[in-house]
Design a protein around this ligand. Structure first.
Ligand code: NZQ
Ligand code: ZN
Length: 388
């Protein structure tokens, strides 16, 4: 059923090959001081930086840059950005990149004017917004997280070895506008592309595997999963396939702008485990998710059996003949794992920099929880061992 909800997501999306032409008119709505933030070198290498700078100059902006944001952004970079915001009286933070850059921008936006320990207040205690926040906007160059249309800010505190996600309140922290040109994603390296695809798939499953009622959101989630599988197979064969890349890009945004989560009981434990895996290994987020997901679902499927049977039948078209429900559910999980393998994603934690002695620490520091089954630290350790 559809339970009572309030939903307000005001991010203005410009989608398509000419989306960037809207940047000057959007910039004109904000004051003149812009903090431009981006990653290591991709936007310069592929010419996006020059296009952004030209729009900024055209609108007479004063630009301060924060470059070099890590994949899995660091809290030290949030602090660095906060200082730049205060020193330069920033009117708008323009993030150009993937989820890491946009998440970092939101972290800066929230914490620049916080008096005290922003890490403790906003990420550890998940406290309310108590200070002025700076508007954020984005130009997306790598697709997966939906950070371009949500309020998530996942930040790694290196010294504390913690990677914590914060979902800030809607609509305060939703980007004011986001520019999505699928052509910008053509140059994303294969591993990052499939990491993004696995991240989208995981977001859909984290929202799907929860609840036992008949809910419209589950049908919508299945539709996006089917589109994503179809488009991903084409994009892996031909990364310049605009139709496929545009579908993947929109699956990503829809996958976590929270519209599909409405009225849904959800899971999110795979993400909790991956975040701590990332804190220890710095692996690409989606790759970690793809390795953990099949092991996790094999561990919990009996607690939500009807939904896993539905997943196997509706997404992977497993025929029911001669199989019991448990077998059908396991076939569905096997298809999921084969799909990730087909995309060229590594299959074990040991392939992505994890070592056996890390596993107990990762399990101990992971936030416990889940959907159909409440995972405790011992359960998490077992799942990690199962996919090591
Ligand atoms: O640093 P550069 O040189 O720009 O290279 C980046 C980076 O190495 C490269 N890249 C981006 N656009 C490119 C490109 N390379 C070539 N051509 C382009 N057009 O891609 C690499 C990965 O970028 P990154 O932003 O790290 O990837 P992603 O978008 O997957 O973001 C991952 C981060 O988002 C968090 C993850 O935990 C992770 O920290 N998440 C954020 C969420 C949210 N805001 O709601 C939810 C997610 O579940 C996730 O946790
Ligand atoms: Zn994710």
């Amino acid at each position: 059923m559809i339970y009572d909800f309030t939903y307000c997501n005001p991010t203005k999306i410009y989608f398509g090959k000419t989306a960037l032409t809207h940047l000057p008119s959007e910039l004109a709505l904000y004051g003149k001081n812009i903090l431009l933030i981006y990653g290591k070198n991709s936007i310069k290498k592929y010419g996006i930086y020059d296009q952004i700078i030209s729009a900024l100059h055209q609108t007479g902006k004063t630009v301060v840059e924060l470059a070099g944001i890590n994949s899995n952004p660091r809290y030290s970079q949030v602090l660095q950005g906060g200082q730049l915001v205060r020193e330069n009286h920033t009117d708008l933070i323009l993030a150009v990149g993937g989820g890491s850059v946009i998440d970092c921008a939101k972290g800066i936006a929230a914490s620049a004017y916080y008096q005290g320990d922003a890490w403790q207040h906003y990420w550890v205690e998940q406290g309310p917004i108590v200070n002025p926040i700076v508007p954020v906007a984005s130009v997306l160059t790598m697709t997966g997280t939906a950070s371009e249309m949500n309020t998530g800010s996942v930040i790694t505190h290196e010294e504390k070895k913690l990677k914590l996600g914060r979902v800030f309140p809607f609509p305060d922290m939703t980007p004011k506008f986001s520019i999505l040109n699928p052509e910008f994603t053509f140059t994303v390296p294969h591993l990052q592309m499939v990491s993004g695809i696995a991240d989208i798939f995981s977001h859909l499953m984290e929202q799907y595997f929860g609840g036992t009622d008949d809910c419209t959101s589950d049908y919508l989630l299945e539709g996006v999963m089917l589109s994503l599988i179809n488009a991903s197979r084409k994009a892996v064969k031909n990364p310049q396939d605009y139709e496929a890349r545009s579908n993947i890009m929109w699956c990503a945004t829809m996958g976590l702008n929270k519209i599909l989560a409405l009225s849904k009981q959800q899971d999110w434990e795979v993400h909790m485990i991956e975040h701590q895996l990332g804190a220890y290994t710095d692996c690409p987020h989606g790759i970690g998710l793809a390795i953990i997901s099949p092991a996790y679902y094999r561990y919990i499927y009996q607690h939500g059996l009807p939904k896993f049977v539905r997943f196997a039948k509706n997404i992977w078209h497993i025929p029911a003949d001669g199989l019991n429900d448990g077998q059908i559910a396991l076939e569905g999980i096997a298809c999921l794992q084969s799909f990730f393998k087909e995309l060229g994603i590594p299959q074990h934690l040991r392939d992505i920099g994890a070592t056996e002695d890390m596993l107990p620490e990762i399990a101990r520091s992971t936030i416990e929880g889940g959907g159909y089954y409440h995972m405790k630290s011992d359960d998490i350790l077992q799942v990690l061992k199962n996919c090591f």
